[in-house]
Ligand binder design. Structure first.
Ligand SMILES: Nc1nc2c(ncn2[C@@H]2O[C@H](COP(=O)(O)OP(=O)(O)OP(=O)(O)O)[C@@H](O)[C@H]2O)c(=O)[nH]1
Ligand SMILES: [Mg+2]
Length: 297
């Protein structure tokens, strides 16, 4: 190991839907985090480990920062703030637009950070160069000491420049994780997330927010020939359950088939996936439900 090896935590933080999880996956080079066009996709802090010859970068994907009202929202904001407090370096990921009112939850926290902050303007594939320059100055005015780096997490532009900027600030330290480890999440958790992602892609309006997935059985006694997984998709109302199951169970079958296609390469095994849909009335407001479903310590 080189003597000047660096290792540290980098929190990726920003409003919902700005592309934090897409960026994490791009950095790690694997699909670890689930992504979707719907806001509030990510509900937990997720570690993604990136190994370089002279550094180990520990990226923390976080839930989008939003109005912390409501029991579930409060836990999402708490998860993001915890990641912020653990980080050696913070990447504030922003939409390619001027600072707006939905940044107001986050800005006070960023202003009182006592650690390096980098502003990454994301989704530059969707704007023209002349549009970008005034944005760079607007963010520069907000944080004059920070680098402002335009990137596309989706397509990869600027991501190396972002890594180079982060490396300047990482503390000198040996690696904290073995070189073959990509995350500290359990397979059970990642499987539950992949199922939830497929639900998000097939539903709209309130349903994506009302869904939680619980893995009830994860039987790997016959691994790698077969892993048997039984999962429950919780929703808040009977009408939502009906939509998720679909006519003659069609919707649930599609979700199950798509989820299995993503889970098998993750686990490197054949998977038998059994899905159930259950109603847990207003689980998002219920502290006990939040605990049981893994949203609160
Ligand atoms: N055009 C474009 N779209 C992007 C880019 N990065 C992410 N997206 C899209 O933005 C949407 C949200 O991406 P996510 O990565 O799930 O966003 P997030 O910030 O993790 O969202 P939450 O977890 O809800 O806070 C998805 O439809 C992505 O495909 C980008 O660089 N360019
Ligand atoms: Mg996310």
């Amino acid at each position: 190991m080189p003597e000047d090896f660096k290792c540290g935590y980098i929190a990726i933080i920003g409003v919902p839907n700005v592309g934090k999880s897409t960026l994490l996956n791009r950095l790690v080079g694997e699909k670890l985090a689930i992504t979707s066009p719907k806001p509030q996709t990510t509900r937990h802090r997720l570690l993604g480990i990136v190994n370089r010859p002279a550094a180990q970068l520990l990226f923390l994907d976080t839930p989008g920062m939003l109005d912390p009202r409501g029991a579930l929202n409060a836990t999402l904001v708490q998860a993001a703030l915890t990641a912020l407090s653990e980080a050696d370096v913070v990447v504030w990921l922003v939409e390619p637009r001027r600072p707006a009112s939905d940044d107001k939850v986050l800005l006070p926290h960023l202003r009182q950070l006592h650690r390096p902050l980098i502003v990454a303007i994301n989704k530059i594939d969707s704007v023209s160069k002349p549009q970008l320059l005034p944005l760079i100055s607007a963010y520069h005015e907000l944080f004059p000491a920070s680098a402002i780096i335009p990137i596309s997490g989706l397509q990869g532009d600027g991501v190396e420049a972002l890594v180079a900027e982060i490396l300047k600030f990482l503390p000198a330290s040996g690696p904290l994780y073995p070189p073959d480890q990509e995350t500290d999440s359990t397979e059970r958790f990642l499987v539950g997330e992949l199922i939830r992602e497929r639900v998000l892609h097939h539903t709209s309006e309130e349903i994506p927010h009302a869904v939680a997935v619980q893995i009830e059985e994860f039987d790997e006694s016959r691994r790698p020939q077969l892993i048997k997984i039984r999962a429950v998709i919780f929703v808040e109302r009977d009408s939502q359950k009906g939509i998720l199951i679909g006519k003659q169970g069609h919707m649930l079958k599609t979700i199950g088939a798509e989820a299995r296609a993503e889970i098998e390469p993750l686990l490197g095994a054949r998977v038998f996936l059994e899905l159930w849909v259950k109603v847990w009335k207003n689980w998002r407001k219920d502290p006990k439900a939040l605990r049981v479903l893994g949203y609160q310590a």
